[in-house]
Design a protein around this ligand. Structure first.
Ligand code: 5BU
Length: 268
């Protein structure tokens, strides 16, 4: 199946190379799932790739929560992810001024050298996007920034006025791959999609087949509803990595998200 047919306007109105890469990977593997790989050991992370790699399009990491992290083990893990046709997305939630964000892309974790995507808040102003892009440029790589327009957690401070400002600034910037939207509230997500239009992607955490409240203020919505409301990628963590059979569960999320995308496209 051709990515242009499946993604419709989202493809034709978005020529950012990294966005097109994602849409192609999703098509090849018939999944809109990004696995939030929140395991705290390298063995646990590698095991996840073996278990679910064929059913997910991207891996979302928190490089700073791993107990036995070393540069060598991380390089091997990234090679394994690439071999499994996965984008690597470091959910670092950068928030500093542009020049410091650029430096934070290097340092011990050297995020610029292996990440395809990173998250950032726009609270410090739009130069953060230029700083992160300069970070990738420093090592001759390209990447995309996902701006936090909404969050999934209860009581977060990203009010609708703030969301609208993030979207207005982010839409105009080539370095912005897309926005993080709240997967737990389809109505909020539909509003975000209206503001964003078709030119940028929306990725959504707070998604689980078991809808409701999660741990410590997390909230969950249904994967199909999220995609129908305008999500282009469902970010799923514990729903997959804590399942008895992560592979089977990843396939269930993949099927639900892919079917929803096909239905969304045929309805439009
Ligand atoms: P869960 O196990 O599916 O709840 O994991 C969700 C992941 O998404 C976790 O890694 C969070 O850091 C991440 N996340 C989130 O839950 N909500 C948000 O608004 C953002 C990220 Br941004």
């Amino acid at each position: 199946m051709q990515a242009a047919d499946v993604w419709g306007q989202r493809w034709s109105m978005n020529d950012l190379p990294m966005a097109r890469t994602y849409m192609e990977v999703a098509c090849r593997k018939q999944t809109l799932v990004c696995l939030a790989a929140d395991r705290s050991t390298m063995a646990g992370l590698n095991q996840l790739i073996d278990q679910v790699g064929t059913h997910v399009a991207a891996l979302k990491t928190h490089v700073d929560l791993i107990d036995d992290w070393t540069p060598y083990l991380w390089r091997k893990f990234c090679e394994k992810a690439k071999a499994a046709d996965l984008l690597i997305f470091e959910d670092r939630k950068f928030a500093d001024i542009g020049g410091i964000s650029r430096k934070q892309m290097s340092g011990i974790y050297d995020i610029r050298s292996w990440s395809d995507l990173v998250t950032a808040h726009l609270i410090s102003g739009p130069d953060i996007v230029d700083g992160l892009q300069a970070g990738w440029g420093d090592v001759g790589r390209q990447g995309g920034v996902l701006l936090l327009a909404q969050m999934s957690s209860r009581g977060n401070l990203l009010a609708p006025e703030y969301t609208a400002k993030v979207v207005a600034k982010g839409k105009a910037h080539d370095g912005v791959f897309g926005f993080i939207g709240n997967g737990s509230r389809p109505e909020e997500l539909a509003q975000l999609r209206n503001q964003v239009g078709d030119g940028k992607l929306i990725w959504t955490p707070g998604v689980n087949l078991a809808v409701g409240d999660g741990e410590m203020g997390q909230r969950y919505g249904d994967p199909r509803e999220a995609v129908l409301a305008g999500s282009d990628c469902i970010i799923v963590g514990s729903g997959i990595h804590k399942a008895d059979d992560p592979g089977a569960q990843a396939k269930a999320y993949a099927d639900a998200s892919w079917q929803a995308l096909c239905d969304r496209t045929s309805e439009s």
